[in-house]
Design a protein around this ligand. Structure first.
Ligand SMILES: Cc1ncc(COP(=O)(O)O)c(C=O)c1O
Length: 385
């Protein structure tokens, strides 16, 4: 697919109606709606109207989503499950773990609630959950993981980019530490995939998960689970369903015979409308190219962090591009009031704990960064110093 500079920045903004009137810096919550995604929903509805139940087309679309996720992660389609959420993928993984042999699950303090809650739910099955806490500067270096990963560890969860602070874990190094002890490593990459070039094979991680509602520009209700192919023969999820069967349409109720590939982590009827939307959103990302998007987003984040430093703001996110992703977090004395003050100027950001979250994506431009910096200058009293 042709990758041209015209497919990001100023060259793509008219594809997103909201950008005509709003400074949109909230892709960490939800990507902006494009004409292409709206048209994809129409296509789904038109097919339903004209042809009734299009099961054959739907299964083909689910496999097209599997292939698109594979391309975005630099993986094979056969290593991808199509899910409805990160939650489904993580539940599938833990359902395949033998916690009698290895009861320990290690999670970083930056995991999204769904990961922490699923890990702690395994305590009912005998699991011990160990948290890895950040250093004083907010980072969690691989050495902190090394201290707690041992031969009793089944799974290590290290989100790629923290949804709370914007810190980026060295997931490749953490995966090597986990594997050195015979454990598996999961990187929840919802806050990364689509905005950075993410190569699961070169990172060497065992599992990666995410979804389409944020940087993949689709809707809620569609996600992916990458499973390293060498692991598949030994992983049998007990959270399963008929779309995970080796032959979906045999309608067999006599045994459990999951697909040989990562489709064994699929579950029930695919989320078809969300797949139409997700494919359209992902096509915009693929046309721009993830390497070009990462470069674009990183330059904007650098401009933003430099401007915040000039304002004397406390930036929670590291300034080193290697240790951050598309999300920049700034401490506030009253973050609700700050989000509202920005919204009054048609600048959309979000909040987590005491942090204002400003996230950057392919459609953002320098002018967006300068606008939010100007607005923060006017609302300086709401910034922590
Ligand atoms: C890092 C991260 N993981 C997971 C989720 C959501 O998980 P799910 O798809 O299960 O709703 C989000 C955001 O909503 C997120 O930011």
């Amino acid at each position: 697919m042709a990758v041209t500079a015209a497919k990001l920045g100023a060259g793509i903004r008219t594809e997103f109606p909201i950008l005509a009137h709003t400074t949109y810096l909230n892709s960490c919550s939800q990507g902006a709606l494009s004409h292409r995604v709206r048209a994809a929903y129409e296509e789904y509805l038109n097919g339903w109207d004209e042809n009734g139940a299009e099961w054959g087309v739907w299964v083909e679309r689910a496999d097209a989503a599997r292939a698109a996720f594979g391309r975005l992660l630099h993986a094979e389609s056969a290593e991808l499950a199509v899910t409805t959420s990160v939650t489904q993928g993580v539940s599938g993984i833990v359902s395949a773990l033998d916690l009698r042999a290895r009861p320990k699950i290690v999670i970083s303090e930056y995991e999204f609630p769904t990961v922490g809650q699923i890990a702690h739910a395994q305590e009912l099955r005998g699991a011990e959950v160990v948290h890895v806490r950040p250093e004083a500067d907010g980072s969690i270096p691989p050495e902190r993981f090394a201290e707690v990963i041992d031969e009793r560890t089944a799974l290590v969860c290290c989100t790629t980019v923290s949804y709370r602070t914007g810190h980026r874990h060295d997931v490749g190094a953490i995966a090597r530490l986990a594997q050195g002890q015979g454990a598996l490593c999961l990187a929840d990459s919802y806050q990364a995939v689509g905005a950075i070039d993410f190569d699961v094979h070169s990172l060497g991680i065992d599992f990666a998960t995410g979804g389409t509602v944020k940087y993949l520009l689709g809707s809620s209700g569609l996600g992916f689970l990458y499973v390293r192919s060498g692991l598949l023969p030994q992983l049998l999820p007990t959270q399963t369903g008929w779309f995970a069967d080796e032959d979906i349409f045999r309608m067999d109720i006599s045994d459990y015979s999951p697909a040989a590939d990562a489709r064994r982590f699929d579950a029930g009827t695919p989320p078809v409308p969300n797949i139409y939307a997700g494919l359209a959103g992902m096509s915009l990302i693929e046309e721009a190219g993830t390497a070009a998007i990462e470069e674009h987003v990183s330059a904007l984040a650098t401009r933003l962090i430099e401007g915040l430093d000039e304002l004397g703001a406390v930036v929670a996110t590291p300034s080193d591009p290697a240790h951050r992703g598309p999300l920049v977090c700034v401490r506030s004395t009253d973050v609700r009031a700050l989000v509202e003050a920005l919204a009054a100027e048609r600048i959309t950001c979000s909040e987590r704990e005491a942090n204002l979250r400003i996230s950057l994506h392919l459609y953002n431009v320098e002018d967006d960064v300068d606008r939010v910096l100007d607005a923060l200058r006017r609302n300086r009293s709401l910034l922590a110093h």
